[in-house]
Unconditional design. Sequence first.
Length: 409
Amino acid sequence: MLLRLAWRNLWRQKRRTLLTASALALALLLSLMTRALQEGSYALGIDHAARFYTGLIQLQNPDYADSLSIDDLLPYSDDFIRPVQEHPDISDRLPRLESFALAAVDEHSRGVMVIGVIPELEEGYSNLSRKLISGVFLTEKDTQILIGQGLAEYFHLSVGDEMVLYGQGYRGQTAAGVYRVKGILHFPMPQLDRQLVYMPLQLAQTLYSTGDQVSAWVLHTHYLAALPQIIRDLQALYGSQVNVRSWQDLSPELAQQILMDKVSGIVMIYVLYGIVGFALFATVLMMILERQREFAVMLATGMSRGRLVRLVITESVLLSLLGIFLGMLVATPILIYFWFYPIEMTGEAAQMMLESGFEPILPVSLNPQLVIDQVIAVMVLLIISLVYPLLRISRLKIVSALKGGTHAY
């Protein structure tokens, strides 16, 4: 009975109800679109950064993060990685051996980062061959290397030329070798372009005398949202013997940049909801002020103040739910459309993404949590907007209200 009465009361002022519901729907639509585009772009950026170098998760020796030493390694064996292989949410598992070396050609030298990889796995994960500007890609049994274009220009190298790598191997052994350049890669980040040297994992293990060991296992997930749970699972499986590091720990600059951008976007959404909140507050307050004689009659004929308060709350909730329904009715097809047909980027940003081997698009996120967050925001606005009007109802003077006096509250 209370619900039916509240619904009928809303449509006594159809224009006011529709305008307020439309304002809530517009706020919900704009906030959902903003957050969906934000989260979609964050997920794409994180995925690109992960595939480009660090991965979403890395398994490392507990001491490796501080030492970056070739002595702090993990086993390269099926037994060690079997718990990861059996995890249903992990899509990729790549062993890598990374260390520093001094590269020399004739009288010139420079410090470089040597990365030993399994070429087939690396190609499937990061499309590394798309960054080739000359030469051909590696194979697992190769004894040749790939170098960055900036490094090749520094040493005046081309495909077929030789480079000397000299460094410290496992447990203080000497790491030295002469390697022929099989291909030249171009990276959009100049620092990487001048430092990276790729070689097959087996060749890197021979260079650094590590045996069947790697510096890290790089992991990727099917869904970014599953990352926290996967990290907890891996920490429980490996315990203190393995350091499980997420992309936030591996790329703190990217994590901080995303956090700052996310905060600025949320602040703008709060401003939008603040404007809509004033409209909702004005509507609820008007519902109270215009109906003081009606409320007085209801109280005089026996309705309790508590029941009257519940009636007003029900009307406000129905009004908010109507706004949420209209907002979702408009937002859902738009979000689904942009999910299948994401916004295409242009200009320098698109060119940089293409050079990195990734599609220049701006996708949206369909994470249900985004909808839940916005619905909660609307309901919080409703609660705040009801505080003062309900206080006025609790202080309503029946006699003055029946006379239409100005001091009924």
